[in-house]
Design a protein around this ligand. Sequence first.
Ligand code: NAG
Ligand code: NAG
Ligand code: NAG
Ligand code: NAG
Length: 177
Amino acid sequence: MAGAGLRRALAALAALLAAPGLLALEYPPTADNYTVCQGDNATLSCAIDAEVTRVAWLNGSHILYAGGDKWSLDPRVRLLAHSAAEFAVAIAGVGPHDEGLYTCSFQTPARPHTAHVFLIVHVPARITNISAPVTVDEGSDVTLLCLAAGRPPPAVTWRQPRVPRPRPPASLTAGSR
Ligand SMILES: *[C@@H]1O[C@H](CO)[C@@H](O)[C@H](O)[C@H]1NC(C)=O
Ligand SMILES: *[C@@H]1O[C@H](CO)[C@@H](O)[C@H](O)[C@H]1NC(C)=O
Ligand SMILES: *[C@@H]1O[C@H](CO)[C@@H](O)[C@H](O)[C@H]1NC(C)=O
Ligand SMILES: *[C@@H]1O[C@H](CO)[C@@H](O)[C@H](O)[C@H]1NC(C)=O
């Protein structure tokens, strides 16, 4: 765990970076999208160099890792790399609630920097309810139900598979078995 001094310094840094309209005007947050599927492991990697004195990954305004110190209580979050060139954390088994803006915040002697990534979590579409087979008389109405869930919400379409035409009975030619 971080010492109280470092904790305070990073909290102050995070507050400064989160202050709307302050640094935001100078450094507009241009976030890359990072799309993963529910259940996947997401890797948040930040390229740094030897100039960097402090580095942290934040989920929204909450620090996940500050250097080698874990601040997140989430057991799915772990440190992947902490070297002079890279600072990376992993989130195991992502879910829809993990979707959002993640920020790599780092300090050089000159000034603080931020890099943003927007984590998008997709959930594969699945059918949650569908009509049972139904037999109706010709000319009468029928209502078919199909409910699907997923993220982004799936589009449901109905189509009628091509019914194969019955083939004419095969005829035997002389000499074949
Ligand atoms: C990220 O995804 C959103 C919504 O899907 C899209 O509007 C936006 O342009 C994307 N941003 C980038 C940088 O690709
Ligand atoms: C995802 O992370 C977990 C826990 O850290 C690990 O056991 C698992 O092997 C990882 N899965 C993949 C596909 O990398
Ligand atoms: C990120 O923050 C959101 C909103 O507070 C939370 O639901 C989610 O569990 C967090 N994910 C990680 C990996 O910290
Ligand atoms: C599916 O939808 C039908 C019609 O609305 C409903 O009667 C049935 O209980 C639903 N089944 C499930 C598993 O939700």
